[in-house]
Design a protein around this ligand. Structure first.
Ligand code: F6P
Length: 360
C-alpha cells in the first residue's frame, strides 16, 4: 500500500503557497509514489478530519496563483482552540482530536507550511511524536534560519511598484508621500522596497525615528531643489521612546504609524503630506519568479525529508542551497534588520534618511 502523507498551510496566506503544494505533490507522486492528503484550513482541518486527496489533476494550473488551494487560518491553534459558549469565550485543548485523526488517516508524514505561529504548533506536535516537516512561509522574511522565506520578494515587488507610482504623483504635486508597508516587527519589506524604489526616507522598527530628523531631511532636500519626498514606513516603526501603533491593540494588529508620522511632521514643513497604506495587496496575487522557484525547491526538499524520516526539521535557504534545520531553531530566532549592516549602510551612502536623531 502507498505511504500516505499530509500537507497543510497555516497562518496568513502568502504568494507561493500553491507553488510549494504543487512541487510537494509532484515530487511525492513522481519520486516516491506516495498518496498525498491535503488538509484543509491548517490544523483546523486535522481536528475535524477535513482532507482531500491531491492528485496531479488537482494541482494543475496552481503554480502562478496567489492564496492557497488548501485554505488557511491564523486562529486555529488546536492547543488553545477558542470556543464561544453561553457566558463568554474560553479556550479548549483539541490536540487530542488531531492526534486521533493523524492515526486514523494513517499519515506517515505531515508537511506544515507556515510562519512562526504555525511552526510553534508544529513543533509541539513533533515533540508529541507526530512526524512533521516544516516549510517557512512569511512575507515578513523575519526567520533567522533561512536567507529568504518565499513570498517576501513578491511583497517587495508590490511595494516597489507602489513607490514608483507614488513618485510621479509626489513630484507633480510637490507632496510628501508616505507609504506604509507590512512586515510586523521587522523592517525588511520597507528597507528593500524603499531602496529599490528610490525612497528618500525609510522608517523601520530597528531604527526608532525622531520626527525632527525627518523634517530636517525634507528641508535639506528642498534646499537642494527637490520639493517632494518619498517615505516608506514599516508598520512596526516607532518613534524614539515611543511604541508601535496598532489598529487593534488586543489582537496586536499593527497599522497606522504612517498617519502618526504625517501628523508629527506636517506642521513643520511647507509641503502637503499624503498617506497610503498598502495592506494586503502585498500578500495577494501571483508570486514573482524568485518566489515560485524558491517555493518549488522548498516543496521538493520537504518531501525528501519525509522520505528520509528527518522529522522535526524545516527546509531553509542558505547561500543558495536548500538545507534543513531544527524547527525549534527557526521559531526561537527571529531575524531583524541590522542597523549597521551592509544594506542599511548602502542606503545611507545614497543619502537615504532613517529618521534617526542627529547626534550631539
Ligand atoms: O505576517 C504577515 C503579515 O502580513 C504581517 O506583515 C502583518 O502584520 C500581518 O500578517 C497581518 O495579518 P492579518 O492578515 O491577520 O491582518
Amino acid at each position: 500500500m502507498a505511504k500516505k502523507i499530509g500537507i497543510l498551510t497555516g497562518g496568513g496566506d502568502c504568494p507561493g503557497l500553491n507553488a510549494v503544494i504543487r512541487a510537494a505533490v509532484k515530487s511525492a507522486i513522481n519520486d516516491y509514489s506516495y498518496e498525498v492528503l491535503g488538509i484543509e484550513a491548517g490544523f483546523e482541518g486535522l481536528m475535524v478530519s477535513a482532507v482531500k486527496t491531491l492528485t496531479m489533476e488537482s494541482i494543475r494550473g496552481i503554480l502562478p496563483k496567489g492564496g492557497t488551494l488548501l485554505r488557511t487560518t491564523n486562529r486555529g491553534n488546536p492547543f488553545e482552540y477558542p470556543v464561544t459558549e453561553e457566558g463568554g469565550k474560553r479556550c479548549e485543548d483539541r490536540s487530542g482530536a488531531c492526534l486521533y485523526n493523524i492515526e486514523r488517516l494513517g499519515l506517515e508524514g505531515i508537511i506544515v507550511i507556515g510562519g512562526d505561529g504555525t511552526l510553534k504548533i508544529a513543533e509541539r506536535f513533533y515533540e508529541m511524536g507526530v512526524p512533521i516537516v516544516a516549510v517557512p512561509k512569511t512575507i515578513d522574511n523575519d526567520l533567522d534560519a533561512t536567507d529568504y522565506t518565499f513570498g517576501f520578494m513578491t511583497a517587495v515587488s508590490v511595494a516597489t511598484d507602489a513607490v514608483d507610482r507614488l513618485h510621479s504623483t509626489a513630484e507633480s504635486h510637490n507632496r510628501v508621500m508616505i507609504l506604509e508597508v507590512m512586515g510586523r516587527n521587522a523592517g525588511w519589506i520597507a528597507l528593500y522596497s524603499g531602496i529599490a524604489g528610490g525612497a528618500d526616507i525609510i522608517l523601520i522598527p530597528e531604527i526608532p525615528y525622531d520626527p525632527q530628523a525627518i523634517v530636517d531631511s525634507i528641508k535639506s532636500r528642498q534646499e537642494e531643489g527637490s520639493d517632494f519626498d518619498l517615505m516608506v514606513v514599516a508598520e512596526g516603526a516607532k518613534r524614539v521612546g515611543g511604541e508601535e501603533v496598532y489598529t487593534d491593540k488586543v489582537a496586536k494588529r499593527l497599522g497606522g504609524v504612517a498617519y502618526q508620522v504625517a501628523t508629527e511632521i506636517s506642521e513643520h514643513i511647507d509641503l502637503e503630506t499624503r498617506v497610503t497604506v498598502l495592506g494586503h495587496l502585498q500578500r495577494g496575487g501571483s508570486p514573482i519568479p524568485f518566489d515560485r522557484l524558491l517555493a518549488t525547491r522548498y516543496g521538493k526538499a520537504a518531501v525528501d525529508l519525509v522520505a528520509r524520516g528527518k522529522f522535526g526539521r524545516m527546509v531553509a535557504l542558505r547561500q543558495d542551497k536548500i538545507v534543513d534545520v531544527p524547527i525549534l531553531s527557526a521559531i526561537s530566532n527571529p531575524k531583524y534588520v541590522d542597523p549597521s549592516g551592509q544594506v542599511v549602510t548602502t542606503a545611507r551612502s545614497l543619502g537615504i534618511s532613517f529618521g534617526e536623531p542627529t547626534k550631539g
